[in-house]
Design a protein around this ligand. Structure first.
Ligand code: PGA
Length: 257
């Protein structure tokens, strides 16, 4: 079984003061109720990374500092963009790649996802590759094929040495930020299919689930080791809710071992 992980994607929320506050609150909860098995990471907006990283370090919170996105290029004339080297310098150890909001709203196509993934994983940082089908695809029964294609496009050309640094996050678009969580059986079925595609591609990656994960549904989704963890949006903005998701996964993992 892969080591379980939970990553909180704060999206475009929390200014630097709010971000520090949330990190400190999370620190209090982690000290009060430490996790034994689960790796926990937070992905603040770029402008908060430095401060959040300082709190993590000063308070020895053991949280993985993550970024929500990175530019595919090394450096240069890319106004408004941020490079991987800049993130590494701030202590970032994982980067979300190809989140559906980047794909849908900011023109990130499969080819760009693949190049960005290669940049991140090639540098030895964890690349959290997001895949997932929209509602129309699911209603037509094409979800397995659609996600398999996304995985192939992102991973087929990835250098052998970079493959160990990939984590896959299955996030059905219809479940993101909607409060509609995929049923445990749907997640389990899609994860089986994802694992088969990954095996085909020679990639042994943990598979997370994302989409309206909450303190209430985390235990059921993690039941039986069906997922290796979660990518959490909305619920990661509240320390108690996020900690409860991590706690639920930690307990499931301990029970399943
Ligand atoms: P959500 O977001 O938990 O708010 O649905 C998940 C994500 O987009 O990663």
């Amino acid at each position: 079984m892969a080591a379980p992980a939970v990553y909180g994607n704060w999206k475009m929320n929390l200014d630097v003061v709010e971000a520090i506050h949330l990190t400190q609150q999370l620190g209090v909860l982690l000290r009060r109720s430490p996790l034994e098995h689960v790796e926990v990471g937070v992905a603040p907006p770029f402008v908060d990374l430095r401060s959040v990283g300082s709190v993590i370090e000063a308070d020895r919170l053991g949280l993985v500092l993550c970024a929500q996105h990175v530019n595919e290029h090394e450096s240069g004339a890319h106004t408004g963009e941020v490079s991987l080297a800049m993130l590494e310098r701030l202590g970032v150890r994982a980067v979300i790649v190809g989140h559906s909001e980047r794909r849908r709203l900011y023109g990130m196509d499969d080819a760009l996802v693949a190049r960005t993934l290669a940049r991140v994983a090639g540098a030895g940082l964890r690349a959290i590759l997001c895949v997932g089908e929209g509602l129309e695809v699911r209603e037509a029964g094409g979800e397995a094929a659609f996600v398999a294609e996304q995985l192939r496009a992102a991973l087929a050309g990835l250098a052998e040495g970079a493959r160990a640094h990939v984590t896959v996050a299955y996030e059905p678009l219809w479940a993101i930020g909607t409060g509609v969580v995929a049923e445990a059986a749907q997640v389990a079925a899609q994860n089986r299919s994802i694992r088969a595609t990954l095996a085909d591609l020679g990639v042994d990656a943990p598979v997370l689930y994302g989409g309206s994960v909450s303190a209430e549904n985390a235990a059921e989704l993690a039941h039986d080791g069906a997922v290796d963890g979660f990518l959490v949006g909305g619920a990661s903005l509240r320390a108690e809710a996020f900690h409860a998701v991590c706690r639920a996964l930690d307990d499931c993992y301990a029970a399943n071992r």
